[in-house]
Design a protein around this ligand. Structure first.
Ligand code: NAD
Ligand code: DAU
Length: 338
């Protein structure tokens, strides 16, 4: 594992993982392959680029480029994706292309060259859970054997990519693992996403926007914990296995927003209710016991309020990172009454 190819490594989670490996494993050489879409930001890695970390700007659908980079790697960790549900509902095509064709291109190269492959995926492939169980003390959660029931264009494209990886392990002997993680939060997350959108709305004098009732539940995990889990799976996980990553962080959107408002000194009702997301998944929740018992992984960021406070401080002190794109992100949302 001395040469890693990380796809999507200047996006929110890919960059966090690259940094995690860079800081905790000083012998590892990293090549990041990233197309620098609207979601990729070179600034997420600038301080560690050069030396042990190289950035190649390119597309995971470019087979000759992928073949060349895979030939130099011991393992591939695949984050690159179109990742935002609201965008997929407006234009699904880039999701089909990158998430499905891109993953196909990578696993073809990894299979031919007998390289270890880790596929980063999402809990959304399992669809959603009923809201009625939330708070009952007897809640169901997603497990690695839950049926695939994706309900949105984004989750269907990620489910497709998981299925390709699974099929390639069985039909062609691809040496792969898959992880399905819940909602990440932390610094460097694109401001189109729920938590950074609300923080930067408040910082820029706009009102936060809550979709529909705000009762939908997400299972929050700090992105540093996600990165540590992926490293454990890459280095200790059993080939062909799926591991679910989550940190028991279930909260309704309304409760998260109220916590942000309180931490930022705003009145509890200082937000707008806007058009709900079509087909909005109700609840996600992860049972990560396989990851905990088999690989000994434990989340370090167990105090969500403290993690949120740190995240608010990061966006407050990194205005130049997000301020230039804020107006355009909000204009796009406004076109869809969100
Ligand atoms: P992101 O949108 O912040 O970053 C995606 C990165 O992929 C960007 O740097 C982008 O430039 C790059 N990219 C997109 N298309 C590409 C292409 N064709 N070729 C090369 N690079 C391309 O996404 P994220 O939130 O960091 O998510 C990373 C991965 O983790 C995704 O696979 C996503 O499905 C998965 N995931 C995300 C979450 C979450 O909460 N954000 C949770 C579970 C799983
Ligand atoms: O569960 C893992 C998934 O989490 C990842 O696979 C996706 O890549 C990632 O984007 C995330 O998907 P969500 O759709 O859950 O995240 P998002 O931040 O877009 O929205 C979180 C919740 O907040 C969701 O219920 C919709 C709601 N929401 C979102 C926005 C942007 C609002 O109420 N208001 C908003 O302004």
């Amino acid at each position: 594992m001395n040469h890693l190819l990380i796809t999507g490594g200047v996006g929110f989670i890919g960059a966090n993982f690259a940094r995690y490996v860079y800081e905790s494993h000083p012998k590892v050489q990293i090549v990041v392959l990233d197309k620098l879409t609207y979601a990729g930001n070179r600034a997420n890695l600038t301080d560690i680029l050069g030396g042990r970390v190289k950035l190649v700007v390119g597309d995971i659908c470019d087979a000759p480029l992928v073949d060349r980079l895979v030939s130099k790697a011991d393992a591939i960790v695949h984050f690159a994706a179109e990742s935002h549900n609201d965008k997929a509902l407006v234009n699904p095509w880039p999701f089909i292309q990158t998430n499905i064709v891109g993953t196909y291109t990578l696993i073809q190269a990894a299979t031919k060259q007998h390289k270890r492959f880790h596929h980063v995926s999402t809990d959304e492939v399992y669809g959603d859970l009923p809201l009625s169980e939330y708070g009952s003390g007897d809640e169901g959660k997603f497990t690695p054997t839950s049926p695939y029931q994706p309900s949105s264009p984004y989750s269907a494209s990620k489910a497709s990519s998981d299925m390709l990886v699974r099929a390639w392990t069985r039909s062609f002997g691809l040496q792969a693992t898959i992880s399905n993680c819940s909602n990440n939060y932390g610094p460097y997350q694109h401001i189109e996403k729920f938590i950074p959108r609300q923080i930067t709305n408040i910082l820029s004098g706009r009102r936060p926007k809550l979709y529909g009732s705000g009762n939908n539940v997400r299972d929050w995990i700090h992105t540093n914990d996600h990165s540590a889990a992926i490293w454990d799976i890459l280095t200790k996980g059993r080939i062909v296995e799926t591991y679910l990553i989550g940190a028991n962080g279930e909260m309704s959107n309304k409760a998260v927003l109220e916590m942000i408002l309180q931490l930022m000194g705003q009145p509890q009702d200082a937000y707008d209710v806007v058009r709900d997301r079509p087909g909005h998944d109700l609840r996600y929740a992860i049972d990560a016991s396989k990851l905990r018992t088999e690989l000994g992984w434990r989340p370090q960021y167990t105090n969500f309020e403290a993690g949120l406070q740190d995240t608010i401080e990061w966006y407050t002190s990194h205005r130049s990172w997000w301020e230039t794109s804020k107006a355009q992100v909000e204009q796009t949302y406004a076109r869809h009454n969100q």
